[in-house]
Design a protein around this ligand. Structure first.
Ligand SMILES: [Zn+2]
Length: 512
């Protein structure tokens, strides 16, 4: 009988720590709902004690998501652990994930604690957490660079105190697959009570080996939980990519012989959603979710695929959510067809009002664009859910003029707290002029650190999806806007970013 492999997603915690990837509470909930559709086993929703915003997000997700276990990170101290437990109160299944560094370097330079003090604190924290929650995960931070003898003592002690999952992080992405696999194996052999906990891997991608290391930790080391993020989102080079590790285990079941709960058909929608919300685009040649991942460009391959698919295909595009029939809806599609397509895409709109608003927008788009693709629908719905929030700024209309030899000009009409204002400016191009016009009135003083345009379905007729990243007094926010007119999409994205910049959801401290 095959063992179960637990998929622990930390897009909302470790992924979100990536500079520029910060998300609002509502965005986190949307991603959590998508992770639930994907059937991940554990969702690490945040780090409750790090800020009020994080606490609220963990609480909201714990109260809303029913199928997955909801987890909060917490440092190894009573205050952090209490906050985590409080935020998780509404969860059907809750997990507290507590951590303390165990490598000589981290203990000495960061914690300024002796190994004996670290051991004592780890024990006390797990004991304290165990009284609040039955499901406790413990991570020795920088575990892979820790002394083996010391690590064995710490892990044995925390399992005795009731830790149910032991996670061994390669915090700095230093591991090599074979060595990391053997590291986990040795730990499991040497820790006397190792069979009383589930072992977990958490790998960073600094050397491009996060997925390979995680799989070695499973195959060689016997770990049965993988920690990962959608699109490999995360600090520096990111975390182990969920879509890659999941499809490796599924496609090579002959080798891994492990069962997964994941419903892979929702992978692509999850990837799109995370990319859209964070503004971290997915490279075209990215495995599984990249635009070219299933495109057979060379003539020889096309010929082979036409004769028999498995000549060059090891996975089916449909199995991870790419639709075989690309053109899905048009001008004549009715409300039911639209609703059904949303369901097939795994999108559930909260209310009838929201569905009506989204459908109205779909009709408006269909008037301007003959073929509507899945990507358009997803962009439209995402855009719609943004518009539902009571925002300070809202887009109304725009006029712009650009002509060779003349300086581009734009006039933008938008609302500020419900009141319409008109503002105009010149710029280097129509987009620049439009954003300068908005800024001339808004006076945010923010610095733009990223501007990107993505043609949603690949042609000039397609919708442009624009991401604007603004930075102001240490805060970084992403604004997104979609429209067939990229100047309009840009203005929407800029206003969206301003709304986020002005929102009260302050984040005080990120995790070290
Ligand atoms: Zn990490």
């Amino acid at each position: 009988m095959a063992d179960q492999l637990i998929i622990f997603d930390t897009t909302l915690r470790d992924g979100e720590q990536s500079p520029g990837a910060s998300m609002t509470k509502d965005e986190k909930l949307r991603i959590a709902r998508q992770l639930e559709r994907l059937k991940v086993d554990v969702i690490e929703a945040g780090f409750a004690a790090s800020s009020n915003g994080d606490f609220d997000a963990v609480q909201l997700i714990a109260n809303s998501i029913k199928d997955a276990t909801i987890c909060s990170l917490s440092r190894a101290n009573d205050r952090d652990i209490s906050r985590a437990a409080e935020a998780l109160k509404g969860a059907n299944r809750a997990r507290i994930h507590t951590f303390i560094a165990t490598s000589a370097l981290h203990m000495e330079k960061k914690l300024r604690m002796s190994p004996e003090q670290v051991l004592e604190q780890a024990k006390q924290s797990v004991r304290f957490a165990r009284n609040l929650c039955a499901d406790i995960e413990f991570s020795p931070e920088d575990g892979y660079r820790s002394d083996m003898d010391f690590l064995c003592r710490v892990i044995e002690a925390v399992i005795n105190e009731g830790a149910t999952t032991i996670n061994v992080p390669d915090t700095v992405g230093y591991a090599i697959p074979e060595l990391y696999g053997n590291f986990i194996k040795t730990l499991r052999e040497r820790v006397p009570n190792s069979d009383k906990a589930i072992w977990s891997v958490h790998c960073h991608n600094d050397l491009g080996m996060a997925v390979a290391n995680s799989l070695a930790g499973v195959k060689i080391g016997g770990a049965r939980q993988i920690e990962c993020t959608i699109n490999g989102l995360g600090e520096r080079a990111g975390n182990c990519a969920l879509e890659e590790v999941v499809m490796a285990v599924k496609t090579r079941r002959d080798y891994f012989n492990l069962d997964l709960n994941i419903d892979a058909q929702h992978i692509l929608a999850a990837s799109r959603m995370v990319s859209q919300i964070t503004g971290f685009v997915v490279q075209p040649n990215k495995a599984v979710v990249g635009a070219n991942a299933f495109a057979h460009a060379s003539g020889i391959h096309q010929d082979g695929v036409l004769k028999a698919r498995d000549t060059y295909e090891i996975m089916r595009a449909e199995d991870v959510g790419w639709s075989a029939n690309k053109i899905v809806l048009g001008k004549l599609s009715g409300r039911n067809a639209f609703k059904q397509r949303l369901q097939e895409l795994g999108v559930s709109l909260e209310s009838e009002v929201e569905t009506n608003a989204a459908f109205a927008r779909f009709k408006e788009l269909a008037d301007r664009k003959s073929e509507i693709f899945d990507e358009d629908i997803l962009a439209l719905v995402n855009d719609e859910s943004l518009a539902n929030v009571q925002e300070q700024y809202g887009f109304v209309s725009l006029v712009q003029h650009s002509e060779t030899g003349e300086r581009p000009y734009a006039r933008v009409v938008f609302t500020v707290d419900g009141k319409e204002v008109t503002s105009e400016a010149e710029g280097n191009g129509p987009v620049d002029a439009s954003l300068k016009a908005i800024e001339a009135h808004a006076q945010s003083g923010a610095e733009m650190v990223l501007y990107s345009v993505n043609a949603i379905s690949g042609s000039t007729e397609s919708q442009g999806e624009v991401t604007v990243r603004l930075q102001n007094s240490g805060r970084v926010v992403n604004g997104v806007g979609a429209d067939p007119d990229i100047v309009v999409a840009s203005a929407k994205a800029y206003l969206h970013a301003l709304n986020k910049l002005h929102s009260k959801a302050e984040r005080v401290a990120a995790q070290g």
